[in-house]
Design a protein around this ligand. Structure first.
Ligand SMILES: [Zn+2]
Length: 285
């Protein structure tokens, strides 16, 4: 029988692999393109959309299998029936059709050219956006699938599990529980995993505390205090009622200034109130 820990690691590896592979394929397709003509726009869309769609469907399957296996370990017999047609397509970004989303990197190239940048530089900037957009879509598929599966399986709470590479925002947020029915707040390049909490079984808490201990917390606090000192205070929405002991611990360390804001297309996003919120470009839209 696989332990929750082993299942979490195995799914995390696959999730990373899907994203890495998609990034490589996206940049390869992008480099074959040339200038931002209408014809190239059509070529780009017909090449990239099936690739991203495939990665998203693989993610739906992966997260469903992971949560099915994990819940079976805990004796839950329900299965995470996640409908890819509901989760993916325009549903992924609050109704924005993928065709529109993937026109954006080409539009970026055009506007860079209009700003006087060279074709090579404009294409490079558009490529960065294309890769970030594809990566964000897999992240959104991951989050939406987990959300539907948690509800189908009857879990009340879940936790995010950052990796050793995760940023301080994720690390700070990882000490709180989320109520199922709320989507996990994300940010650009977020590689957080998810784990449901079942009765007294909360694998995420142990893993997250280990991670926190590994990190040089002092360094993060110093960095944040420096940034905070340079900015006026902002009124921000706090993540709400899901505060637990771990979160209070972080607050006592001065690492609690992570907040959630609603983004029209990408849903709840993790933001550091000491950073400006600049919209989809900033968030790899
Ligand atoms: Zn994260």
């Amino acid at each position: 029988m696989a332990t929750p820990d082993a299942l979490l690691r195995a799914y995390g590896r696959e999730y990373d692999q899907i994203r890495r592979q998609l990034g490589l394929t996206t940049i390869r397709l992008w480099r074959q393109l040339g200038g931002p003509t209408e014809q190239n726009m059509e070529r780009w869309l017909s090449a990239i959309l099936p690739v991203v769609g495939g990665a998203e469907r693989a993610t739906v399957t992966l997260v469903s299998l992971y949560l099915d296996a994990l819940s079976s370990e805990w004796g839950i017999t329900a299965s995470p029936r996640v409908d890819p047609d509901r989760v993916l397509g325009a549903g992924l970004r609050a109704g924005t059709p993928p065709v529109e989303v993937y026109q954006r990197p080409i539009i970026t190239v055009r506007s860079q050219l209009a700003d006087g940048r060279s074709l090579a530089e404009s294409i490079r900037i558009g490529g960065t956006r294309a890769v970030a957009t594809a990566d964000t879509d897999v992240m959104l598929a991951h989050r939406a699938t987990a959300g539907d599966a948690f509800e189908a399986l009857g879990f009340e709470y879940f936790r995010r599990v950052p990796t050793g590479k995760s940023c301080d925002l994720c690390l700070a947020a990882s000490t709180q529980r989320y109520r199922t029915g709320n989507l996990m707040p994300i940010h650009g390049h977020c590689d957080c995993r998810v784990v449901p909490i079942y009765e007294r079984n909360d694998p995420g808490q142990v893993i997250n505390r280990q991670l926190l201990e590994q990190r040089n917390v002092r360094e993060a606090i110093d960095d944040r205090s420096r940034r905070r000192a340079n900015r006026p205070p902002e009124t921000v929405e706090r993540p709400g009622s899901n505060i637990d002991a771990g979160r209070r611990l972080l607050e006592s360390l001065g690492l609690s200034d992570v907040t959630v804001r609603q983004h029209g297309e990408l849903g709840p996003m993790l933001v550091d109130p000491t950073h400006h919120f600049t919209g989809p470009d900033d968030l790899a839209g």
